[in-house]
Design a protein around this ligand. Structure first.
Ligand code: CDP
Ligand code: MG
Length: 163
């Protein structure tokens, strides 16, 4: 039941100075940050991470997305917690900021719609990526983090929430 999940604070979140606010949400929820690093990825790595996007959403979306995700450094983190994959996706909200619920990261910090972005041939800047399911989380964490970059330590939540 204790899971690990990948979260990326995408270049738009970094450039807008929202890293602290977004990281705080996860810390406030008691999720444990067990790995974190700032990385500026290239297109090749972006294609590996988003290997299924062309098939699911089309080549045009992948092209726009690669432009957005390689546009500057991003913050990659591994979060650990009870049902972490599902919880983090819930906190992140829906893919389209226009329809992402208030209280979610995408709903609170962005509002762009598919109509607007697709019409202008722009990638959707929705601040964060989060693994969609436990299988995706395993694959993504293997791509982004070496074993020794993920740490085991006790947090106060271990005493107050888990025990
Ligand atoms: O990120 P999420 O799992 O919610 O959605 P996805 O279907 O895996 O799509 C990956 C990313 O593609 C989204 O987070 C958007 O940044 C981007 N995207 C886009 O730029 N334009 C679209 N029309 C749809 C998705
Ligand atoms: Mg996805």
């Amino acid at each position: 039941m204790i899971e690990r999940t990948l979260i990326l604070l995408k270049p738009d979140a970094v450039q807008r100075g929202l890293m602290g606010k977004i990281v705080s949400r996860f810390e406030d929820a008691g999720l444990k940050i067990i790995g974190a690093k700032m990385v500026w990825i290239n297109e090749e790595f972006g294609k590996k991470h988003y290997f299924d996007v062309a098939q699911r959403r089309g080549e045009a979306v992948l092209k726009r997305l690669l432009k957005v995700i390689t546009q500057g450094p991003l913050l990659a983190m591994c979060l650990e917690g009870i049902h972490a994959v599902e919880i983090v996706r819930k906190m992140v909200g829906g893919t389209e900021p226009k329809s992402a619920l208030p209280g979610t990261i995408r709903g609170d910090f962005a509002h762009v719609s598919y109509d607007y972005a697709d019409g202008k041939d722009l990638g959707i800047k929705n601040l964060v990526h989060a693994s969609a399911n436990p299988e995706e989380a395993k694959q993504e964490l293997a791509l982004w983090f070496k074993k020794e970059e993920l740490h085991t330590y006790k947090s106060v939540h271990d005493a107050h929430v888990l025990d």
